[in-house]
Design a protein around this ligand. Structure first.
Ligand code: RIB
Ligand code: CA
Length: 313
């Protein structure tokens, strides 16, 4: 049985790896890519989404979305991590296709309503598109099959501030709406994704299996892993966004817990995700006011990476 998904993304080196998985996996039906600013500006995100599908020889609908956060001022894109072009500043071929006329939020609402109970939304960037879709049609909360979000952190700490993960930090107001909307949601955060390291040898195998797309994945990986080497002392990179798909297709590789999530929207800790396990009494009611969701607590990193490499080679 195939799993129909809409993949919401800000490509981005690790986003491109994950898009390649969504395109390649025989049990994933990729209905469309919706794009957001984040790792790059919105136009570059859309170009990269089109490019990755074209290099894989597939024509996938791409709907452009959020150009900026809902409330806060947009931070400059992290060109030192993903490159100014989002794909490690390597030379890229021209894109042939273009984005659809519907916005990302319109596309999500239309698709979910056309196939109630079937579609999984996988979001691996700032969450403005999902927040806009909820605004457009709040009833989609009861019509999606599930929502998988790469973002946040339960006990791991942050990656852009000591407490905040990048996708949450980039648009904490959107994240708060999406994580507390009351739909079946799983958060795949840094506690799981930072257990996974894609090594240069893994990338060699992927490059060998992915043709022209493999060249772009490997070239951009070089730039991205320089960042990991310099700042984190890791030989390789964390394939954050691919982990959301790994959770979807191979949940047994992760441990999870259920509980209440909130997102700090302002101030010193903006973007921090706060998790209160279900049924655990804390002082005051405020920790358990939000709907119960599922969060990943850890992952079998080597097995997740094995699945990524198998899917792409
Ligand atoms: O924190 C990791 C997330 O932010 C990933 O989605 C990655 O693409 C980065 O921008
Ligand atoms: Ca991303």
């Amino acid at each position: 049985m195939t799993t129909p998904i809409i993949f919401d993304t800000d490509p981005g080196v690790d986003d491109a790896q994950a898009i390649a998985i969504a395109l390649a996996h025989p049990d994933i039906e990729l209905l469309g890519l919706t794009t957001t600013y984040g790792n790059v500006d919105i136009d570059t995100a859309t170009t990269n989404a089109l490019l990755v599908s074209e290099l894989a020889g597939q024509q996938i609908p791409v709907a452009q979305g959020a150009a900026a956060p809902l409330v806060k001022t947009k931070h400059p894109a992290p060109a030192h991590i993903h490159g100014a072009n989002g794909l490690g500043d390597i030379a890229l071929p021209a894109v042939q296709g273009k984005a659809m006329s519907s916005s990302a939020a319109e596309f999500i609402v239309e698709q979910v309503n056309a196939r109630p109970g079937e579609i999984t939304l996988v979001a691996v960037g700032p969450l403005g598109n999902l927040a806009a879709a909820l605004q457009l049609d709040p009833a989609i909360t009861g019509k999606v099959k599930q929502v998988v979000v790469m973002g946040g952190s339960i006990k791991e700490g942050g990656n852009v501030t000591p407490v905040a993960e990048a996708n949450m930090f980039n648009d904490p107001h959107a994240a708060s709406r999406v994580l507390t909307a009351g739909w079946p949601l799983t958060l795949v955060g840094l506690d799981a994704t930072q257990r996974c390291v894609l090594s240069p040898a893994d990338m060699e195998k992927i490059a060998a299996g992915q043709g022209r797309l493999g060249e772009v994945l490997q070239g951009s990986y070089g730039f991205y892993s320089d960042f990991y080497r310099e700042f984190l002392g890791i030989d390789g990179c964390c394939p954050h966004d691919s982990c959301a798909l790994a959770w979807l297709m191979r949940p047994e590789l992760f441990t999870t817990a259920r509980g209440h999530l909130s997102v700090e929207t302002d101030g010193f800790a903006e973007g921090q995700t706060i998790f209160a396990p279900e049924g655990r009494p804390f002082l005051g009611e405020r920790w358990s006011q939000t709907p119960v969701v599922e969060v990943c607590l850890t992952a079998q990193g080597d097995k997740v990476v094995e699945w990524i490499v198998e899917t792409l080679s």
